[in-house]
Design a protein around this ligand. Structure first.
Ligand code: GLP
Length: 236
């Protein structure tokens, strides 16, 4: 696991966008795994700016999002589909046929795995980090060989993401790629930044591997880069 530390969210976002663009330049038909949440917004902003300067940067790229809320239609402002449209899909030349995101109204999402396989598998997956160490929506206790499925969200995760649902109806379940699915990505970049992430980052740095802390599964993968925007207490 390689660690890179950043003094500001902007610097971290710039590096994440640089890694995404470098990978697209090296392989214009790349299959990307994409995250949501607050942390990647700066990365998407920069990717959109950069793409406006380039001709056809996403033309042959294929994307698979990590997760989606259950019971939330794609046109609901709180859906991750709406998030992706706002922050990326509506602003780049990605073919809508190549942009995959689990269907929050599909009670049996296993076909998502087949779609990833049919695309040749994930080449590079960007991840955010939950305060409890979740990746995608794989909460603590998730087996490391888990696949795409419906999961129940913890109260703390629902609380952390409540601002997308101002009516107070925060979904109780989500569809997420499994940890096994994520670990099959050829390369992974984890964006570890944001308020309240200090404990999760310290635990990841400590190196222990346990299903009680989902992000620790990344220690078993040969090509993971952590972009860290969280100052450790000892550095403060
Ligand atoms: C949600 C997403 C995760 C994301 C996490 C962190 O729970 N399902 O994929 O990593 O939020 O979000 P934030 O970046 O807002 O802290």
């Amino acid at each position: 696991m390689k660690w890179e530390s950043f003094e500001s969210p902007d610097a971290l976002s710039a590096r994440a966008a640089e890694l995404m663009f470098g990978a697209i330049h090296a392989n214009p038909t790349i299959v990307l795994g994409l995250p949501t949440g607050r942390t990647p917004i700066g990365m998407y902003d920069r990717v959109v700016q950069e793409c406006a300067r380039e001709y056809r940067c996403f033309r042959d790229v294929v994307t698979f999002n990590l997760d989606e809320y259950c019971g939330v239609p794609p046109d609901h402002a709180g859906s991750y589909f709406a998030y992706m449209k706002r922050h990326l899909f509506d602003h780049v030349d990605l073919d809508p046929e190549n942009a995959h995101i689990p269907n929050g109204l599909d009670p049996a999402p296993a076909g998502y795995e087949a779609e990833i396989r049919a695309a040749g598998g994930l080449d590079l997956t960007f991840l955010g980090l939950g305060r409890n160490g979740h990746i995608g929506f794989n909460e603590p206790g998730t087996p490391f060989d888990s696949r795409t499925r419906v999961v129940e969200l913890t109260q703390s995760t629902r609380h952390a993401n409540a601002d997308l649902f101002p009516d107070g109806h925060v979904p109780t379940h989500a569809i997420t790629m499994g940890i096994g699915t994520i670990l099959e990505s050829r390369a992974i970049v984890l964006l570890a930044a944001g308020a309240g992430k200090e404990d999760a980052v310290a635990r990841l740095r400590s190196g222990g591997v346990t299903e009680a802390f989902p992000a620790s599964a990344l220690h078993t993968h040969p090509d993971v880069t952590v972009l860290c925007g969280v100052r450790q207490r000892s550095e403060a």
